[in-house]
Design a protein around this ligand. Structure first.
Ligand code: HEC
Ligand code: HEC
Ligand code: HEC
Ligand code: HEC
Ligand code: HEC
Length: 422
């Protein structure tokens, strides 16, 4: 009579697997790919209005601080909420509350108040409506007040300020602390990243710029002289509110130096040609790429014939390899730390006739893969075209002509970004 016992064992086994799967689903498999740290676990409160000014909308600050406003408006901080990539991913993540604490962090920018979490779970917030919600203010993303307004007072970098609004000196503005809250994102439970999903800080602190006393602002907020705001006021050394990064081709070009060298000065038909492309992180204070783990670089070579047909292609990537399910594990990464270079070699067996043959080498930066981009369009309402691939370097030359020994390295144009203190 073994039959009923066997089925009982099978049923028990099935139940056990189901319980395990449920446990993985509820506890291990992440709804969000990061953990929550105290400093960004809550919206920035705005309980007391700032006296002396009509309000804290960016354009209201801009009436007096025109230049800061115009700069900020062009930045990705100003777009952090309306950014179509943010909107598409936020939709994918079912508009979970936590995202807004970095992308639209002031309390009046959020439609809800979070009173707590059921069982401590991120995806089970105890929410009520926010009576002070301001939908237009929400659009401003990381607005002036997110960095400057605390407790009815405007904080800033200086001590001797005479302003129509109360001010207070805060040392955060001239240290990296002000960036840390949002730019060093921790791992959650059962997430095994090296350094967290966005690990810009350990990358920076292990590198040469930190040792020289530089801070994020030296490269991301170039210094500028500010004329007086009211007549008779002081001229101040301020910083441009630009925060250019991976969405800026100019900034990407400042991050790298590229040298392309053929092994031999000219090529003979039938010979094997060898080329070396040396890619160096010469201008970024952290690894390239940093931040969001979707970002990567490709380094490629192509041989094309006279009709444009690709005869041989080679492509390498600089990125992090992460297994996302059922548990997040970072398996490997090969990004370039500051001042580190790497050689990429390409070999090509030349045909009898070199006429019309060209070698093309390129370095590209990708915000995400084409597959991810298409998925955002198909499933998550991405409806506008947004650039997500940038060609940082491209060089092309004919194989039947004498080869240039080193084909152009991209220029480092800003003194702020080539390692000297700006
Ligand atoms: C009516 C004009 C006016 C408005 C509106 C205004 N400010 Fe000011 N603000 C000033 C003046 C004047 C100073 C003093 C400038 C100085 O001493 O260099 C100042 C100083 C500052 C400083 C410098 C503090 C420092 O440490 O150097 C910051 C930061 C600042 N304001 C931010 C803001 C923000 C943010 C808003 C909007 C919420 C705002 N201001 C609205 C006029 C204004
Ligand atoms: C309140 C959170 C917050 C603070 C504080 C903050 N950032 Fe950001 N930052 C963000 C978010 C969110 C984005 C991404 C916006 C987007 O692309 O939608 C971003 C984007 C950036 C980018 C990338 C722009 C691009 O082209 O991809 C740079 C560079 C940057 N921040 C630098 C800084 C620096 C330097 C500081 C400190 C002075 C700082 N940030 C402070 C949240 C913050
Ligand atoms: C992501 C944080 C952040 C945001 C957002 C931000 N600021 Fe600042 N702001 C800073 C930092 C950092 C400094 C200090 C620069 C320095 O070292 O002098 C600063 C300095 C200033 C100063 C002093 C003079 C100067 O230009 O450096 C003024 C005025 C100011 N901010 C106004 C604004 C206004 C107005 C907005 C919105 C349009 C704004 N800030 C948005 C971080 C921010
Ligand atoms: C020596 C100059 C330098 C310093 C210091 C520096 N950065 Fe950068 N950063 C760059 C350059 C150049 C890029 C463009 C290359 C890129 O996007 O990978 C960049 C890109 C970024 C990006 C865009 C993400 C990406 O990979 O595309 C972010 C976010 C960022 N930096 C944040 C920071 C923060 C936060 C700090 C301080 C802890 C900092 N940076 C310090 C030069 C610097
Ligand atoms: C702790 C702060 C923080 C939280 C919470 C956060 N982000 Fe971000 N996010 C950032 C920063 C900083 C960047 C800037 C770029 C980087 O690091 O590469 C960014 C960049 C992004 C980008 C890339 C935008 C672009 O144009 O390249 C997307 C998409 C995004 N975040 C979506 C989300 C979603 C969805 C959530 C919630 C599940 C979320 N973020 C929660 C800080 C945060």
């Amino acid at each position: 009579m073994s039959f009923p016992r066997k089925s009982a064992v099978t049923a028990g086994g099935v139940a056990l697997v189901a319980i395990l799967l449920y446990f993985v689903y509820e506890n291990v498999h992440s709804r969000i790919i990061f953990g929550i740290r105290e400093d960004f676990s809550k919206a920035i409160p705005y309980d007391k209005p700032v006296p002396g000014i009509p309000g804290i909308r960016a354009e209201q600050c801009g009436v007096c601080h025109r230049a800061n406003y115009e700069e900020w408006k062009t930045s990705y901080h100003a777009k952090a909420y309306v950014d179509p990539f943010f909107q598409a991913y936020w939709r994918k993540d079912r508009h979970i509350w936590i995202c807004l604490n970095c992308h639209a962090p002031m309390a009046p920018q959020q439609p809800w108040l979070i009173k707590g979490l059921e069982g401590g779970k991120v995806h089970k917030p105890i929410k009520t409506d926010n009576p002070n919600f301001d939908a237009e203010f929400q659009q401003e993303g990381i607005t002036c007040a997110a960095c400057h307004v605390r407790n009815g007072v405007i904080e800033g970098p200086n001590e001797d300020v005479q302003a129509p609004h109360p001010t207070r000196h805060s040392p955060r503005f001239r240290t990296t602390d002000i960036c840390f809250t949002c730019h060093q994102v921790p791992s959650g439970p059962f997430q095994f990243y090296n350094g967290g999903p966005c690990s810009t800080f350990p990358e920076f602190e292990a590198g040469p710029y930190y040792k020289r006393g530089m801070i994020c602002q030296d490269c991301h907020m170039p210094s500028i002289e500010r004329p007086p705001i009211i007549s008779g006021g002081p001229v101040r050394q301020g910083r441009q509110h630009l925060w250019r990064g991976g969405h800026s081709l100019e900034m990407l070009k400042q991050a790298v130096t590229i040298e392309l060298t053929p092994d031999q000065p000219s090529l003979q038909p039938g010979q094997t040609a060898n080329f070396t492309l040396r890619l160096t992180n010469s201008g970024a204070g952290h690894k390239i790429p940093t931040g969001d783990p979707d970002r990567y670089f490709t380094i490629g070579f192509e041989v094309v014939d006279g009709t444009g047909k690709v005869l041989k292609r080679q492509e390498d990537t600089l990125q992090r390899w992460i297994v996302w399910w059922p548990v997040i594990v970072e398996v490997y990464e090969n990004r370039l730390a500051p001042h580190v270079g790497r050689d990429y070699r390409f070999q090509y067996r030349l045909p009898k006739n070199l006429d019309g043959l060209k070698l093309r080498a390129f370095v590209k930066y990708h915000i995400m893969t084409e597959k991810q981009y298409k998925k955002l369009q198909r499933n998550y309402g991405l409806s506008v075209e947004v650039p997500y691939v940038f060609t940082v370097y491209e060089q092309e030359f004919r194989l039947n002509e004498p080869l240039p020994m080193t084909a152009s390295a991209s220029e480092i144009t800003s003194p702020q970004c080539n390692g000297r203190k700006g």
